[in-house]
Design a protein around this ligand. Structure first.
Ligand SMILES: Cc1ncc(COP(=O)(O)O)c(C=O)c1O
Length: 403
């Protein structure tokens, strides 16, 4: 198990040393929020302390370089320019700022995926109600991921937007984002990618994927703080998109009756923001790059496969993951107790997991007859030993239920 290239180059002891909470908790809730490494925590806390010591505005001025570094860091991470990045409070708001900028007309078609993220789907429903645009769901292929062939057949001149979630929140699959990007490019259709669960988990290159817009958050696989995320919008598109609301960061008030919208992605931002979070996100991205995302992605996949394999050996567990390529999110049911009960019992062993409910993904989970799921999501700082301990504790949860 340890003779892999990843094991040769990966310094697990350092990863765990940098993450002091590894000592006290078995954290398999990285798809919820990862444990922050010490340098990220230090960046956030130092900024907050400075705000308390000298004043919020003054702290921002003094830390300007550290705070503004996030744009260059994000651009390097996903291979774009810093002017194409907007930093906002979370992935959903990043997504909204782009989506609600698109001028939909009656009959425009929005093509989306079955396992689309709940908040995105709610926004489609609202947009459809407001404008008469139509939502159409791309079927899955036989492996349970968005079918590129089906998408190709759905393309016509009324398709205004292809909008999918790269890694669905509640299953192990990775949607074929780059192949979908190829279809979008060939058709000249706008392509919006929710990469909230994939940025930080796997290498992401917006040029290679071919998306026009991408959104993500800091707290998940990037290991940044809560309350911050970012948006990428392709340069040529920025000036065509007028954000749903503007403030003094997004636009300048140039004469009594006129404003000028920022020519770059700042037009999607708010004037007031979480500067400590911005500092922390910049450090989190540098930290991820320093580990080499290729290397950590290989390790995440390997740990997740180990977990799936061990879970499948347990006769009281059903693993539900789908897809040709699988990621660090592992979902399953335990025979008998509901997922919330399993989560509660695992917490007694200081094990963190989360629960996905049918209502989070009505197109996908309802069709598969799944009411709820336990979601165990691994990161590179988790260990093989933790996977084993996790399964032992799950066996104890199962044994207790039969007493
Ligand atoms: C696929 C996906 N998209 C978007 C989001 C929303 O992210 P945020 O809570 O930062 O708005 C999540 C959060 O779980 C997610 O899993």
């Amino acid at each position: 198990m340890h003779n892999t290239p990843e094991a040769a180059t990966f310094d697990l002891a350092r990863a765990r040393r940098d993450t002091p909470a590894c000592e006290s908790v078995l954290h398999f809730n990285n798809a919820g929020a990862s444990l922050m490494p010490q340098p990220v925590l230090d960046a956030v806390v130092n900024h907050l302390k400075l705000e308390a010591a000298i004043g919020g505005y003054e702290a921002k001025e003094r830390q300007l370089e550290i705070v503004e570094h996030v744009y260059d860091a994000a651009a390097r991470l996903i291979n774009c320019t810093s002017g194409e990045i907007a930093v906002v409070e979370n992935a959903t708001r990043a997504w909204d700022m782009a989506f609600y900028s698109i001028p939909f007309a009656p009959g425009d078609r929005i093509l989306t995926a079955k396992a689309e993220y709940i908040s995105n789907y709610i926004a489609y429903l609202q947009m459809a109600r407001r404008t008469g645009a139509k939502i159409e769901v791309i079927p899955n292929d036989e492996q349970g991921q968005t079918s590129v062939e089906a998408l190709r057949r759905m393309i016509d001149e009324r398709v205004k937007l292809i909008s999918i979630t790269h890694v669905p929140t509640h299953g192990g699959l990775v949607n074929p984002a780059a192949q979908i990007g190829q279809v979008a490019r060939e058709a000249g259709v706008l392509y919006l990618l929710d990469a909230c669960q994939s940025v930080g988990q796997m290498p992401i290159d917006v040029q290679q994927i071919g998306c026009d817009i991408l959104t993500t958050t800091a707290r998940k696989f990037l290991r940044g703080p809560r309350g911050i995320g970012f948006l990428y919008v392709r340069r040529e598109l920025i000036e065509q998109l007028e954000p749903p609301f503007l403030d003094m960061r997004a636009a300048r008030w140039v004469t009594k009756d006129a404003y000028e919208i920022s020519p770059d992605a700042r037009r999607f931002e708010n004037w007031e923001m979480y500067f400590a979070g911005k500092a922390g996100l910049g450090v989190a991205i540098d930290y991820a790059l320093d580990w080499n995302v290729e290397v950590t992605w290989a390790r995440i996949k390997r740990l997740a496969e180990q977990l799936r394999g061990r879970l499948r050996e347990l006769d009281f567990v059903t693993v539900h993951d789908q897809g040709a390529e699988r990621c660090g999110i592992v979902t399953f049911n335990v025979e008998g107790p509901g997922s919330a009960e399993v989560q509660r019992r695992l917490a007694e062993f200081r094990i963190n997991v989360s629960v996905s409910l049918e209502e989070y993904s009505r197109l996908d989970l309802s069709e598969r007859g799944i009411k709820d799921l336990v979601r165990a999501s691994v990161h590179y700082y988790n260990t093989e030993e933790e996977v084993e301990r996790f399964c032992e504790c799950l066996a104890r949860v199962n044994a207790d239920k039969t007493v």
